[in-house]
Design a protein around this ligand. Structure first.
Ligand code: WT7
Length: 653
């Protein structure tokens, strides 16, 4: 895009914002929407528990609950005494209603291979795998790690665990052996389900080798079940490693779904915390399923004929809630794509939308900004007329990207739902209802019905207008039930900042119309391309390198990724800074954590700005890295350090 075109675009967006222009749903969209009446907010506010219970009762329960909510702050129990099974709700009940032949998954591999699976197909695969897991000694409550590419077997694996009451912990296929090991060890998983490899941008991810490295230091692992995806040669350790197909082919077709207590664990999913150690976020069955089932209907307006596509990886919560549990509990038909958006060309996503006539498309701002950079010729060359609704998730979407998305992908016809939520919240909490809400580009608009999200001051006082912290004042069904094995950390992280509200860690602003504008993290967590990475995690990876004495990591604004990682590094005596060291350290971090954590910039320095108590002043480092005027420096132990660093930084930039 030329500079001038950019300028015009920015001006258009500014005008839009200044005029406070609203995008109201079209009459047609409104008329056909599942939720078209704003009375749903009122209904929920009048009796939150009754409201959620009504939505819970749309699921199939083996036994109804005795009590909707037992709230002992900060511990919630929803639908106490109720029994259900998540895989039953995603599969059996649809088949019983005659939907066995409905397409569940339209899968496309990166190289261009494809698979079409009906609910009956998924059901059979899940049942067989469930029997295999049982046969391998996996019992209710046991943890299973899933380390797979975006192939249907990832869905089978999650639902098979759910079927027998095993707890899955999915680890993103881009994570390193160390990251996998840390998660497997924390969860004390018995088994890993992985693949010989997966395709990403034309290359093969060596998943099995990585799993082997991790498993070597995980004494709890009894077996590794390996899906054949690429067909390449991989080492198989006799007795421990088993081919998935060999076992599944021989397994029985039916496995009785385990009746799970509403509060039995469904999964653990690790997310970055402000310390180096990731937090195992625990989700249970009844409340979680209620939250994802209901929000899939409200926000995505999914109807039987829709073709839904959420581009997230199964390794993130978005894939859990809006590929597996939410859409499948709604008997949706959806796309699952293995690879990258620019393989073989930069129009792969648009080609997929055209080919499968996708109607609802859900992606991340970082992707949208990348598409903007690639230019409109890519979407313009494809027929996107099947689309009727667009979604965004993962980080704040800047108004410019919102407007571009609305215009060039939605052709000014599709509402854009900007959905705010977290691994911890389980389901979307702040989002427009596309048939009801007037949209403002860049605002996630309002809390969903039954959700008491508010902006509060430092003291925890709710404000009607202005900036502060985003907090949630009352429990919701799909909220996290804790951090696996660490109640203290759970209390400290989420429930100590404010007396009686959940602390999200995000800054937010509420405008005169009551619209919410999310402002990103206020703690030491960075949002890099929508992925949660803590500064501490990257710092520990850096100091793990024998050349590094000390490091301080900050997130800096990045036009495409939202934030990028900048690392200030002090080398140990005898090590030379320079291009070679730069590459070594970046590679080291990528190897320790995964490619998503690779720093964009490394700044070698002799000292770091510290307070008198020795705390690194990241705020000042951010100022430097972003080229801003320095904020308050009065708490610095040695003011010279920062001046020197600033000069050095400017020289290098
Ligand atoms: C953090 C949670 C929820 C699935 C993906 C990320 C940021 C997420 C939005 C949005 C502004 C957003 C927040 C949040 N975030 N969605 N629509 N607008 N910020 O899950 O890795 O747990 O990250 O992502 O900062 O706290 P996660």
């Amino acid at each position: 895009m030329t500079k001038q075109a950019n300028q015009t675009k920015r001006e258009t967006v500014n005008v839009l914002l200044e005029e406070n222009r609203l995008f109201v749903p079209s009459d047609e969209f409104k008329r056909n929407a599942l939720i078209r009446d704003e009375s749903i907010y009122e209904e929920a506010a009048q009796n939150r528990e009754a409201f959620w219970a009504k939505w819970a009762s749309e699921l199939d329960w083996f036994q109804k609950w005795d009590k909707v909510l037992d709230w002992q702050l900060p511990f919630a129990k929803w639908f106490v005494g109720g029994k259900l099974n998540a895989s039953y709700n995603c599969l059996d009940r649809h088949i019983k209603k005659g939907l066995g032949n409905k397409t569940a998954i339209l899968w496309e591999g990166e190289p261009g291979d494809s698979r079409k699976l009906t609910y009956e197909d998924v059901y059979r695969s899940v049942n067989k795998l469930a029997n295999v897991l049982k046969g391998l000694g996996v019992a209710k409550g046991d943890r299973v790690a899933i380390y797979l590419p975006m192939i249907p077997e990832a869905v089978f694996a999650m639902l098979a665990c759910a079927r027998i009451g095993a707890v899955h912990t999915v680890v993103f296929g881009g994570f390193s052996a160390d990251s996998l090991k840390e998660r497997v060890r924390d969860a004390q998983a018995k088994l890993i389900i992985t693949a010989d490899g997966g395709y990403r941008r034309g290359k093969v991810l060596p998943l099995k080798e990585t799993a082997d490295q991790a498993a070597a230091e995980c004494p709890t692992i009894k077996h590794i079940l390996v899906v054949r995806r690429t067909g390449q040669n991989i080492p198989m350790q006799s007795g421990r490693d088993l081919w998935y197909h060999e076992f599944v082919d021989k397994a029985q077709d039916y496995c009785e779904p385990e009746p799970m207590d509403a509060e039995d664990m469904l999964y653990i999913l690790y997310t970055s915390g402000t310390t180096g150690k990731p937090k195992g976020i625990v989700h249970t069955t009844g409340g979680y399923m209620t939250g994802v089932y209901a929000t899939t209907r409200w926000v995505f307006d999914i109807k039987p004929e829709d073709i839904f596509w959420c581009t997230a990886d199964i390794g993130w919560v978005t894939g859990h809630s809006y590929i597996v549990y939410g859409p499948m509990a709604n008997a949706a038909t959806q796309i699952m794509y293995e690879g990258s958006p620019d393989y073989p060309e930069r129009d792969r996503f648009w080609k997929i939308i055209e080919k499968y006539k996708v109607t609802i498309f859900y992606t991340a701002p970082t992707a949208i900004r990348t598409f903007m950079r690639w230019g409109t010729q890519w979407p313009d060359g494809c027929d996107l007329s099947s689309l009727r609704l667009l979604g965004s998730v993962g980080e704040p979407i800047n108004p410019e990207a919102w407007v571009w998305y609305h215009k060039h992908i939605g052709k000014d016809r599709c509402p854009v739902v900007d959905t705010w939520w977290q691994t911890e919240t389980g389901c979307i909490l702040i989002s427009p209802l596309p048939g009801v809400t007037a949209l403002k580009p860049g605002s996630a608009t309002k809390p969903l019905p039954g959700v008491e999200a508010v902006v509060v001051t430092e003291e925890g006082k709710t404000i009607k207008e202005g900036g502060g912290y985003l907090a949630i004042k009352s429990p919701w069904p799909s909220m996290l039930r804790g951090i696996y094995g660490d109640d203290e950390r759970y209390k400290k992280t989420y429930w100590s900042r404010f007396k009686d509200a959940y602390f999200t860690g995000d800054g937010a602003k509420i405008d005169a119309d009551g619209y919410l504008w999310l402002l990103g993290r206020v703690d030491d967590i960075m949002l890099v391309a929508g992925h949660n990475i803590s500064t501490m995690e990257v710092e520990s990876a850096l100091v793990d390198n024998p050349s590094v004495a000390e490091s301080a990591v900050v997130g800096i604004t990045d036009e495409i990724k939202g934030q990028a990682i900048a690392a200030f590094v002090i080398l140990k005596e005898g090590n030379k800074p320079g291009e070679k060291m730069d590459e070594t350290l970046k590679g080291h971090v990528a190897k320790k954590i995964g490619a998503i954590a690779r720093p964009q910039k490394i700044i070698f320095t002799a000292e770091l700005p510290k307070t008198r108590s020795g705390k690194i002043m990241r705020r000042l480092l951010r100022d430097i890295a972003e080229g801003r005027a320095l904020g308050d420096v009065t708490t610095l132990a040695d003011a010279h350090v920062i001046e020197a660093l600033k000069e050095k930084y400017q020289e290098e930039a």
